[in-house]
Write a protein that binds this ligand. Structure first.
Ligand code: PLP
Length: 388
């Protein structure tokens, strides 16, 4: 079996890299959600071979892309997906926008769970829809629960037509159980609210949790959803700007496809679909080893923080490599927290209030990096806090 070296320190500076080319050279960037790991060797080999062919003309749809998505859903989550349910999309966030245009009207309400992945805060109002926030409830042990009573209240409003679920949840790292998802699905069905399930983080699941694709819950759930997927988080290929949706219901599929067709946004790119196909078909070994490595990073972080920086509390993390740090005991406002970690510790993280209600006082730390870099970042944070 192939073995990937996740300890390798790869220089990403000056590669038009948002993560590394945004901050000064002395800052460790642990913010935006991509990893510092090279993508799998079979992907690199396939990309080089394709590049060497030397002709990059219009691609034809041979359905190998769709098949790779079917293969992954079956292997990893036991979901039987039909080839007609899968559509190419230009990445996940654009797919959510197309779904919003297909299944809702300007002026409608869209429910999201707060705190929420920051682009959700932009794309909904930018498309003339209103955000209704269903605040996740923070428990004493750092885990989060759904406020069903409030959720039902929001879903039952006259102009609520969509629930945008982030499963697993960024930024709080929650992996929803089957029971939770079923209850959400039933409430949405009861109030005639369509579900878009963003499952981009579904491969990074820690011990004790299990990802359930929303469309696999029941026939009724399948008929009432669009599931968005992308291997970009897992295999570090976000820059190829390609993703997919799975829409089990034919009528919904056609509704979704119409704006894509009207905007001629269905054109694939030769370097977009290829890494997805190779990742999904040949790189299970990499996903397995990545999750193991991240699990160790998470445990290292939890130990370090609880013993050496006890003023910070690590939220209960069931999924994703984005760790939600409760920094309220540091008694700093959001702007000051961001400034403090960036300028005093020289570690760039995402500041919690940018994720909306429930986010102030938190920082989001990306631990998808070689262990040595994580250790250095934590030591810098510890030293800066001790110096205060
Ligand atoms: C929940 C979630 N959805 C979507 C995205 C971005 O997806 P894409 O790059 O495919 O548009 C991210 C990236 O961080 C994310 O965390």
């Amino acid at each position: 079996m192939l073995k990937h070296d996740f300890d390798e320190l790869v220089n990403r500076k000056k590669t038009e890299c948002k993560k590394w080319d945004t901050y000064a050279d002395d800052v460790i960037p642990m913010w935006i959600a991509d990893t510092d790991f090279k993508c799998p060797q079979p992907v690199i080999n396939a990309m080089v071979k394709r590049a060497e062919h030397g002709i990059y003309g219009y691609p034809v749809n041979c359905k190998t892309f769709e098949q790779s998505i079917i293969n992954w859903q079956k292997k990893r989550f036991g979901w039987n997906v039909d080839i007609d349910w899968v559509e190419y999309t230009p990445a996940v966030v654009p797919a959510i926008v197309y779904a919003m245009r297909a299944f809702t009207n300007p002026g409608d309400n869209i429910v999201i769970q707060m705190p929420a992945y920051h682009p959700f805060h932009d794309i909904i109002p930018n498309n003339g829809r209103h955000i209704l926030g269903n605040n996740l409830i923070l428990k004493e042990d750092g885990s989060y629960e759904v406020d069903y009573e409030n959720l039902e209240e929001l879903l039952s409003k006259k102009r609520t037509t969509m629930f945008l679920l982030c499963s697993p949840h960024n930024p709080v790292g929650k992996c929803f159980t089957r029971e939770e998802l079923t209850r959400i699905s039933e409430l949405c069905l009861k109030h005639n609210v369509f579900v878009v399930s963003d499952e981009i983080h579904s491969d990074i699941i820690y011990r004790g949790s299990k990802h359930i694709p929303f469309g696999s819950l029941s026939q009724e759930a399948a008929d009432n959803c669009v599931v968005c997927v992308n291997p970009s988080k897992t295999f570090n290929i976000a820059g190829v700007r390609t993703g997919a949706v799975i829409i089990p219901n034919r009528h919904n599929h056609d509704l979704f496809y119409a704006p894509l067709e009207n905007n001629k946004a269905y054109g694939r790119t030769v370097f977009g679909t290829l890494p997805i196909e190779v990742s999904y078909n040949e790189c299970d070994y990499y996903a397995d080893q990545l999750v193991e490595y991240l699990q160790d990073n998470l445990e290292y972080l939890e130990n370090f923080v609880s013993t050496r920086i006890p003023k910070i509390k690590v939220s209960k993390t069931q999924a994703t490599y984005l760790i939600w740090l409760n920094c309220k005991e540091l008694n700093m406002g959001p702007k000051e927290l961001h400034r403090f970690f960036l300028e005093e510790a020289k570690v760039a993280m995402n500041e919690g209030s940018t994720f909306g209600p429930g986010g102030a006082g938190f920082m989001r730390l990306n631990i998808a990096c070689p262990r040595s870099r994580l250790v250095e970042a934590l030591e810098r944070m510890e030293a800066a806090i001790n110096k205060r």
